[in-house]
Design a protein around this ligand. Structure first.
Ligand SMILES: [Zn+2]
Length: 187
């Protein structure tokens, strides 16, 4: 069905959808859009539940520089960037490799960056019931880039701070320091 619509779209654009280069484009676009919106079929709980365990560890856990891409719901064009996530555990810990998969659940939907940031923070907050959650996202929006709305390299930065990260400036400052480019291990 999406393929049919794309064929129509090509016609509306004044193209010939039957010419060689475009012949398989409708199918490819359908596949791409199915993939880019596959997060609708996934549930955060399914991603995290089998990876949670109880541990008496109460220091900040951080996963930084997680690559993500999402689709801007205003233009259906991608925005692409990095997300940094931290939480202060309250007995419940999640395998760190699951955090990027949690990001995928929400990023593979039609989004605005602000909502994406909040959804990631809120879902971690609900599931892990930690003492705090912090999410910072920085992204380049193709809809801005191609229309020259902003300088070519400008990034949109959004953040969501919950619990200790909202209430304790020193906790927030520690997180912000750790996610600075060039901080931490380089492997
Ligand atoms: Zn847009």
């Amino acid at each position: 069905m999406i393929a049919k619509l794309i064929e129509q779209l090509l016609r509306e654009l004044g193209e010939n959808p039957k010419r060689e280069g475009l012949e398989r484009t409708p199918e490819r676009v359908e596949k791409a859009f199915r993939y880019l919106t596959s997060g609708y079929d996934r549930d955060v709980k399914d991603v995290l539940n089998d990876a949670m365990f109880v541990e008496e560890y109460d220091e900040m856990e951080i996963v930084k520089d997680i690559d993500f891409s999402s689709l801007c719901e205003h233009h259906l064009l991608p925005f692409v960037g990095k997300v940094h996530i931290a939480y202060m555990p309250n007995r419940k810990i999640v395998g760190l490799s699951k955090i990027p998969r949690l990001v995928d659940v929400f990023s593979r939907r039609l989004q605005v960056q602000e909502r994406l940031t909040t959804q990631i923070a809120n879902s971690l907050n609900e599931i892990l019931e930690p003492r705090g959650v912090a999410v910072v996202m920085e992204a380049v929006h193709l809809c801005m880039l191609v229309r020259g709305v902003e300088k070519q390299n400008s990034k949109a930065v959004t953040s969501a701070m919950l619990g200790a990260f909202r209430d304790r400036p020193e906790t927030r400052a520690e997180f912000m320091e750790l996610i600075k480019p060039g901080q931490g291990l380089h492997i």
